[in-house]
Write a protein that binds this ligand. Structure first.
Ligand SMILES: [Zn+2]
Length: 396
């Protein structure tokens, strides 16, 4: 009798659905149980080194012990934040519902949600088709994915470690190809922007494929495949361990608490001081609803930067799935005039070295060329397209 009772309790505990996020790239703040089938899940969010610019747009968690076919309600809350010092209602809206996976590999968007702008709150109603499933802001790309790509690539690329992160993780720089033209590409400066990494993977796979032979012969590709390994591991948003935004602060030198930027800028400087050139430098990002290409001041390089920008933008529009929400534009010299620590990688490296530098943003919401919200296959395909377009823009 006692044994039977214990057995029943064990089954009852095991059957209780639970939410966890202690894994590579996992993130939530805390979870409140409203009812047996209803949670309020607070996004962790992160702020900068001064406690400002809170952003709460990365969450990635696992649900276990769900009853198949029995609906569960999960409210995502604690969404508001700040961007460039302006308050906002958060980046989780009806335009950006989460993705769900039942195998931690194949992702689809959650279609059964209700967004309440008042609180604000994103209410998900999930009817599980398996006891275990995963939910995230966009399909996750972690250091585990990068390791698998690195192993697949084997000796077909060369890797150097340009420095260590705040938590001591190596920062890899990959070289592919031997061409006369030189492109430096930055992926995943911001840890929530997993789409950037999927594009990077698509690009690397294409360059290393048999069809990539011409691209390898025409261009030397210098690739930072993972600019913020700590943030990606931690499930962060855009800051390093100490709150330094990986795509601001490029105008600041000598800050010990931002080793990632110091290492990446050091690698660029070393390359240039070795008497080598950089024809284009490009960093890929994600936003919620906008998509664009941003160049450095249009008179840069005596007008050559403008020519390259126009060629690149035209090719992207015509030959890729790039669907810009605004025309090509040229950036100011800082994101926040008169304040230190506010230059992006492209602004900072233009200032320091006069390079032709670009930032591209791709949206995670419905994309008109796809007619739906982008998923992993779209990002991988764009990576292939991007490699082809760079080679053409550089006059392959
Ligand atoms: Zn970004």
């Amino acid at each position: 009798m006692i044994r039977l009772f214990l057995l029943i309790s064990a089954v009852a505990i095991a059957a209780e659905p639970r939410i966890t996020w202690k894994f590579d790239g996992g993130s939530l703040g805390r979870v409140e149980r409203v009812a047996a089938d209803h949670w309020r899940a607070h996004l962790a969010g992160e702020s900068d080194q001064d406690g400002r610019n809170r952003q709460a747009n990365w969450y990635s968690f696992q649900v276990d012990g769900a009853a198949v076919g029995k609906p569960l309600t999960i409210d995502l809350v604690s969404l508001p934040g700040e961007y460039n010092y302006k308050p906002n209602r958060g980046a989780v809206t009806a335009d950006t519902p989460p993705v769900i996976s039942f195998d931690n590999k194949t992702w689809a968007h959650v279609e059964t949600f209700a967004y309440d702008a008042g609180e604000p709150r994103m209410r998900l109603t999930i009817t599980p088709t398996a006891a275990r499933f995963w939910i995230a802001h966009v399909p996750p790309y972690t250091n585990v994915h990068l390791k698998a790509l690195r192993e697949w690539a084997g000796g077909r690329l060369t890797e150097e470690v340009v420095g260590k992160t705040a938590d001591g993780r190596p920062i890899p720089l990959w070289t592919i190809g031997t061409g006369e033209k030189v492109a430096w590409l930055f992926f995943r400066q911001h840890s929530w922007e997993a789409g950037s990494s999927w594009v990077g993977e698509g690009l690397v796979r294409h360059l290393l494929s048999p069809e990539g032979a011409g691209l390898r012969a025409a261009v030397t590709w210098k690739i930072f495949p993972m600019c913020d390994p700590d943030g990606v591991y931690r499930g962060g948003v855009r800051f390093n361990k100490f709150g330094y935004d990986l795509n601001r602060n490029w105008d600041v030198n000598g800050v010990a608490k931002m080793p990632e930027i110091t290492a990446q800028r050091g690698a660029v400087r070393k390359w240039l001081e070795g008497g080598r050139k950089i024809d284009v430098l490009f960093s890929l990002h994600n936003t919620e609803t906008s998509e664009y290409l941003e160049g450095t001041p249009e008179n840069g390089g005596g007008g050559r930067h403008r020519e390259l920008a126009e060629r690149l933008f035209g090719l992207l529009e015509k030959e890729t799935s790039f669907a810009p929400t605004r025309p090509l534009f040229y950036s100011e010299t800082s994101t926040t005039a008169g304040m230190a620590g506010r230059m992006t990688v492209s602004q900072g490296l233009y200032r320091d070295f006069g390079l032709a530098t670009f930032i591209m943003e791709q949206r995670i919401s419905v994309q008109p060329k796809y007619g739906r919200k982008p998923l992993v296959a779209d990002r991988l395909r764009f990576g292939r397209e991007l490699a082809e377009v760079f080679a053409k823009a550089l006059g392959r």
